[in-house]
Design a protein around this ligand. Structure first.
Ligand SMILES: Cc1cc2nc3c(=O)[nH]c(=O)nc-3n(C[C@H](O)[C@H](O)[C@H](O)COP(=O)(O)OP(=O)(O)OC[C@H]3O[C@@H](n4cnc5c(N)ncnc54)[C@H](O)[C@@H]3O)c2cc1C
Length: 326
């Protein structure tokens, strides 16, 4: 029976949502391919998370649980994933397109001699093989790609693939494994930047600000609306380059790729490099005073107006609405 492998990324001993999306998608593909799903879980104190992967679709979980694997280290993590791939010879390998996945997947692909389709936003089965859709030229075109040989390896854009409802009756078998943890580079400490209260790449709602805010002293208008929505804060590169906010908040080609349910762009023109990072958002609201701003071409809702007037009113309304709803 063919096997689909997923890499299960964790943070602070919790599975990241993108890991559950990957296993949900693997389960869906497995039904079409007559395959089984196996996940690879690496970290310290993570064995208990195997059950959650089982409820989301894994049949088996390979667990590398070692205090030396508490922090992500490229060499050891890549060794662990490659070890499982070499052992089970899967037909496909799915890895979340997160900061960790972007670092890990190419190294593993090179090690096992696999072709890698990165930042994939759709997968389908055709004649027993996978086909992937991925954005090209900053989102101006969508390419359909397929693989020669196996494993067919892909990194999946977070927040695009639907999360399966956990099935309490499902469980996964656990295969404990170990790996050589020696590495030439070692993480000695992790310091949270504190850039945003809600993690940008996993956020369901994002409020982003651009140069239309005129200066860093006005960026609190974006932060206040985000707070009222319980949203993450994002930014265009123009304001990051100007030093108004931390680079962690940058959305776009050279920043983060996001796919929230709601993306509110405030005073952002909609340059192609910005759209590359957020155009797969499910609903886009743009606030801009220029009716010809390119952002309006992809917005589901446009507010033609001045951010200094619109944002405080929207924030007040959101506070009243969510205050009543909470
Ligand atoms: C290689 C490369 C990579 C890049 N990567 C990225 C990236 O990752 N992310 C990114 O964002 N950009 C990126 N850029 C930069 C990109 O091309 C744009 O320069 C940038 O996105 C513009 O930011 P902005 O929309 O905030 O500013 P602007 O383009 O200056 O737009 C400001 C907007 O605010 C509006 N506005 C002004 N005043 C008000 C007001 N009072 N009320 C309402 N609206 C108002 C204006 O009408 C305008 O549309 C990249 C560029 C290059 C060359």
């Amino acid at each position: 029976m063919p096997i689909i492998i997923t890499f299960a990324e964790t943070r602070e001993v919790k599975l990241r949502r993108a890991s559950l999306e990957a296993v949900s998608e693997a389960r869906r593909l497995a039904s079409a391919l007559g395959a089984s799903v196996e996940s690879v879980l690496v970290g310290s104190g993570v064995e208990g998370l195997a059950a959650e992967l089982g409820r989301h679709g894994a049949d088996k979980v390979h667990v590398f649980d070692d205090p030396a694997l508490a922090s992500y280290a490229t060499e050891a993590y890549a060794r662990a994933l490659a070890q499982v791939i070499q052992k089970v010879k899967p037909t496909a390998v799915l890895v979340p397109f997160t900061a960790m996945g972007k670092d890990l997947a190419p190294r593993v692909a090179a090690r096992v001699g696999a072709g890698l389709a990165s930042d994939v936003s759709g997968l389908s089965v055709k004649a027993g093989r996978l086909e992937a859709r991925r954005a090209m030229y900053s989102g101006k075109a969508v390419a359909t790609v397929c693989w020669e040989g196996e494993p067919q390896m892909a990194t999946l854009r977070p927040n695009v693939f639907p999360l399966a409802q956990p099935d309490a009756s499902r469980s996964a078998s656990v295969a404990k494994a170990s790996v050589d943890v020696t590495a030439r580079a070692r993480v000695t400490a992790v310091h949270a930047s504190g850039a945003g209260k809600v993690e940008l790449s996993e956020a369901q709602v994002i409020v982003s600000g651009g140069r239309g805010l005129k200066g860093p002293e006005n960026f609190h208008l974006v932060q206040s609306l985000a707070e009222a929505f319980g949203a993450a804060v994002g930014a265009s590169r123009a304001v990051v380059d100007a030093g108004w906010v931390d680079h962690q908040l940058q959305v776009g080609q050279t920043g983060k790729t996001v796919s929230p349910t709601l993306y509110v762009a405030c005073g952002i023109s909609g340059a192609i490099q910005h759209l590359a990072g957020m155009s797969s958002s499910k609903c886009i609201v743009a606030i801009n005073k220029d009716p010809d701003a390119p952002i309006f071409k992809i917005a589901n809702y446009g507010i033609l107006g001045d951010v200094f007037e619109v944002l405080p009113r929207l924030t007040d309304a959101a506070k009243v609405y969510f205050g009543a709803a909470r």
